[in-house]
Design a protein around this ligand. Structure first.
Ligand code: GRG
Length: 287
């Protein structure tokens, strides 16, 4: 199956499963969760988990709850990031942000609820070949990626950021923690659930890391090229600091490292390569 066909089929299944999980109750909190998650979103992280896991032989049935949990976590981070005390945005995915629609209190709770619901789903997810230890490792790794040494630390670096004191390495650390950690853990969780050998896991870790860093840089470049942020909201990012030409070159370099990490370990996955390809600026909109 062609990568595009595979990804659009999986996206449909993901959207249906996310909707199923979010239809458990008809409460205000679930309504706000549904508003934030459904009808939008590229589903990059869960698609990556599915593509990585299925490439190495794990079944969709095993992987799907893990994939949905990651999408819920991602959406929690977006709801909270949009709040006035964080990035203070009014629109996301072409519609008013969750707090603009439901108020800050309910939006905050919908974010919290998506995070805890993700771990409920993970706790109830199937075991890979009845391997309890492996499941614990996967869940622990996800928690670490998004916790106080991962995404939360990255978000704090972001909101406490004083550009005048920052070196390029600081921007990279922020990108690694805020964005790449979750993308990396998506690729790694899929492979882990498929019980790949250590050398393969290391290669997927590298692929996921470069892909995640590229994802953030691509977003930074879009800010720069499209001049997306208003003057008041402007905050320099790595692409601004490097300049457009060098940033584009770094993006190419990161993506080429991502695909070389696969090739060097003899991982021949057209879909994982396609996901990297889609982050190139020349590929148009992000996958
Ligand atoms: C508030 C705890 C907390 C964390 C926030 C991820 C994040 C950390 C903030 C989101 C803001 C942002 C622009 C982050 C960079 C990563 C990024 C480009 C997120 C948007 O992800 P996409 O493009 O969005 O996958 P869709 O809408 O497709 O899901």
């Amino acid at each position: 199956m062609e990568p595009q066909e595979y990804l659009s089929l999986k996206k449909k299944k993901l959207d249906l499963t996310l909707e199923f999980y979010l239809s458990r109750e008809d409460s205000s909190v679930f309504e706000a969760m549904r508003y934030a998650v459904l009808d939008g979103g590229k589903r990059f992280r869960p698609l990556l988990l599915l593509a990585s896991g299925e490439h190495f032989g794990a079944t969709e049935e095993l992987l799907m709850p893990y994939a949905c949990a990651l999408e819920f976590i991602h959406n929690y981070s977006l709801i909270h990031d949009d709040l006035p005390m964080m990035d203070n945005d009014d629109f996301r995915r072409g519609k008013p942000c969750c707090h603009k629609k439901f108020g800050e209190g309910l939006a905050l709770l919908a974010g919290d609820a998506l995070l805890s619901y993700a771990f409920e789903i993970l706790a109830e997810a199937p075991y890979p070949s009845n391997n309890y230890v492996l499941k614990e490792q996967v869940i622990g790794e996800i928690a670490r990626a998004i916790g106080p040494s991962g995404m939360i630390a990255g978000q704090w670096l972001d909101i406490s950021f004083l550009p005048e004191n920052k070196e390029i390495a600081d921007y990279q650390e922020m990108a690694m923690k805020k964005t790449a950690a979750l993308i990396k853990v998506a690729a790694v969780s899929g492979a882990r659930l498929a019980r790949v050998p250590v050398a393969v896991l290391e290669a997927i870790e590298k692929y996921g890391t470069y892909l995640g860093l590229a994802f953030q840089l691509r977003d930074d470049l879009e800010d720069l090229v499209e001049d997306r942020k208003s003057r008041e909201a402007f905050q320099p990012n790595l692409a601004h600091v490097l300049g457009q030409e060098d940033a584009v070159q770094l993006l190419e370099e990161l993506l080429s490292r991502a695909t070389s990490s696969l090739k060097n370990a003899n991982i021949d996955s057209a879909i994982l390569e396609y996901l990297a390809e889609q982050l190139k600026l020349t590929a148009g909109k992000k996958p």
